[in-house]
Design a protein around this ligand. Structure first.
Ligand SMILES: C[S@@+](CC[C@H](N)C(=O)[O-])C[C@H]1O[C@@H](n2cnc3c(N)ncnc32)[C@H](O)[C@@H]1O
Length: 389
């Protein structure tokens, strides 16, 4: 027989809690003639049993039913599935916290935010100490705050020997140029990269060209190329961000942007760049598009991660009209324009594979190249030639 204080000690509970157990009928004390309450060894064991059930997530009332009735299996099953959900949520929280400390994969977290809260997500990355350029690169490329620098070093290593940084060709640039209503005098090229389109523009237009990019090494290559072609004077390379262009309103009668408007979002680019155009000025841009209204699961999943704002040509046309432009022409890139980009890139990743086995950037680029060669019938690149109205 145990007095209540002894029992409390043995089971690690308070006297009040034991009296509550007694009130619920979980244990039954006997009052002795001297007024003390005493409990049997069976009470002690029942408390230990209840403690186990309690740890399994049952309430005290359920423990009571469990003790005096046959086990309610459906109740246990329900609790089990509730617990599974809770564990999954907790695991998710744990993964997130671990990934923010560089101990896990934070990619999925960025991907979800890029879809659900793109602007707040970008602001938050900047808040963590990344400048605008790196924040955009983190969003589009590394999706990793702790390994970002390494990722970008590897990424640039892949692209440093390649001149074309996006799908396109001289034919595509010339085709778009041939649809311009009037020869432009002041041209702004945005996201010029190493300047393959710049060269075509300079050779076929007599106006002044300002070419901007936020990657200085690309602008350095552009300068070398312009000098060797003898057209350095008419092109001014400027290191600036497309999101914050250092030019007065209505400064240009032509804006040209191959494979770069997506970086700040096509709709934002359409709205922001418009004020830089003179009345009736022309905007030419190219963008990745879906060729089917209902893409296959594989294509949807892939671009949801890499370019969630991908649209069909039809939807882009509607956005363009809604943004206050008239479509002069638009056309789909040829197979050659794609191969022009992916074939040298494929060769380059194969060449680097043996020495960059652990590189996430190389893996990502390789999987994009492979994806292209397996699914290219479902997506394309479209050039849009638009007049500001
Ligand atoms: C896909 S590449 C296309 C380059 C080039 N137009 C071509 O087709 O080869 C995108 C270009 O945009 C540049 N870029 C990225 N973010 C930028 C920003 N915020 N402002 C200006 N340029 C940016 C990159 O450095 C890169 O040169």
């Amino acid at each position: 027989m145990y007095q209540i204080s002894e029992l409390a000690n043995l089971v690690g509970m308070s006297r009040t809690a034991l009296l509550y157990y007694e009130k619920l009928g979980l244990i039954k004390g006997q009052r002795l003639d001297n007024g003390y309450r005493v409990y049997t060894d069976l009470d002690l064991q029942r408390i230990r049993l209840i403690q186990q059930l309690h740890q399994g997530g049952l309430t005290l009332k359920e423990c009571r039913a469990f003790l005096i009735e046959k086990m309610d299996k459906s109740l246990i099953e329900r609790r089990l599935s509730e617990l599974d959900i809770e564990i999954e949520q907790k695991q998710h929280s744990r993964d997130l916290l671990a990934s923010l400390l560089g101990m896990g994969d934070e990619k999925a977290w960025h991907e979800a935010l890029i879809i659900n809260a793109p602007d707040a997500h970008l602001d938050w990355i900047k808040q963590q100490g990344f400048n605008e350029r790196e924040a955009l690169r983190l969003k589009w490329l590394s999706k990793n705050m702790t390994q970002h620098e390494q990722y970008m070093n590897d990424f640039m290593k892949v692209f440093e020997t390649l001149t074309r940084w996006g799908p396109g060709s001289e034919d595509e640039t010339l085709k778009a140029l041939s649809t311009l209503p009037v020869p432009p005098k002041n041209i702004l090229e945005i996201g010029c990269g190493k300047g393959l389109a710049t060269l075509v523009l300079a050779n076929n237009l007599s106006g002044n060209i300002t070419s901007i990019d936020n990657e200085q090494s690309a602008l350095d290559s552009l300068k070398i190329m312009l000098e060797s072609e003898g057209i350095g004077k008419r092109v001014e390379p400027v290191c600036a961000s497309m999101t914050d262009l250092p030019f007065e309103d209505k400064s240009f009668d032509l804006i040209w942007s191959e494979a770069s408007a997506y970086i700040m979002g096509v709709e934002t680019a359409l709205a922001k760049w418009k004020s830089l155009l003179t009345d009736n000025g022309v905007l030419v841009f190219s963008d990745l598009v879906l060729l089917n209204q209902t893409p296959s699961k594989a294509v949807k999943e892939f671009w949801d991660k890499d370019y969630p704002d991908i649209q069909t040509v039809e939807t882009r046309r509607k956005q363009i009209t809604a943004a206050g432009y008239e479509i002069i022409s638009d056309f789909q890139f040829s197979q050659f324009a794609w191969d022009n980009y992916y074939s040298p890139l494929k060769k380059r990743v194969e060449e680097l594979a043996p020495t960059m086995k652990d590189s996430t950037a190389l893996k990502d680029i390789t999987s994009e190249v492979e994806f292209y060669f397996n699914h290219n019938s479902e997506y394309g690149y479209q050039m849009f030639v638009l007049k500001k109205i």
